[in-house]
Design a protein around this ligand. Structure first.
Ligand SMILES: Cc1cc2nc3c(=O)[nH]c(=O)nc-3n(C[C@H](O)[C@H](O)[C@H](O)COP(=O)(O)OP(=O)(O)OC[C@H]3O[C@@H](n4cnc5c(N)ncnc54)[C@H](O)[C@@H]3O)c2cc1C
Length: 155
């Protein structure tokens, strides 16, 4: 599992109608640095399975199929085909002060009054961890700011 990856996906609005879902292109493994690290992880994991004491307790390898090739290019194709988000997408409306940022340091949407975002979408980069705790921290932090300084949020 890559906790940090170089590749970046893309989310595109298909319509101004909020009921129409956006297009999400994850683009996993398109960055060669991500792909090569995943493949080396596979190769290391497979090498571990042949060594004691692990080999003594393994009765069967289910994935990748041991009957298939484990050459680098074949493992790379496997990663391209099966890689997923692990349910941790984030950073689609990132916090910051550059042209690509959507919210400011308080979670307020730029150029839009009275709209605040406090969820995984505002992470400016992908944390090197599963993101649930980070989401809770963002919610708690911005919730507290809204409570103690409501005027900053137009309340
Ligand atoms: C199956 C699964 C397992 C996971 N396991 C882990 C784990 O083990 N560890 C970990 O760290 N993270 C885990 N995650 C990731 C983590 O749970 C999420 O990244 C996190 O909950 C995202 O928080 P969020 O506030 O950004 O979005 P969400 O938690 O998705 O909250 C969005 C909220 O907005 C509401 N909503 C949506 N549309 C509207 C609308 N139009 N109007 C009003 N409300 C709306 C939804 O009902 C929801 O309550 C897992 C995620 C999944 C799906």
């Amino acid at each position: 599992m890559l906790e940090y990856q170089y590749g970046r996906g893309e989310i595109t609005l298909q319509s101004a109608d909020p009921k129409i879902p956006p297009m999400i292109a994850n683009r996993f493994c398109e960055d060669e640095r991500d792909l090569s690290r995943l493949v080396s992880c596979y190769q290391d994991a497979l090498a571990f399975t042949t060594q004691k004491p692990l080999s003594d307790i393994i009765t069967q390898i289910r994935f990748p199929d041991p009957m298939r090739s484990t050459k680098t290019e074949d493992l790379a194709n496997l990663c391209r085909k099966f890689s997923g988000s692990g349910f941790h997408p984030c950073g689609t409306l990132k916090m910051g002060n550059d042209l690509m940022s959507v919210v400011d340091q308080l979670g307020r949407v730029r150029h839009t009054d009275n709209l605040v975002i406090a969820d995984a979408s505002i992470m400016p980069f992908v944390p090197s961890a599963n993101i649930n705790l980070t989401c809770i921290m963002i919610g708690e932090r911005i919730g507290e700011w809204i409570r103690i300084q409501p005027a900053t949020y137009g309340l």
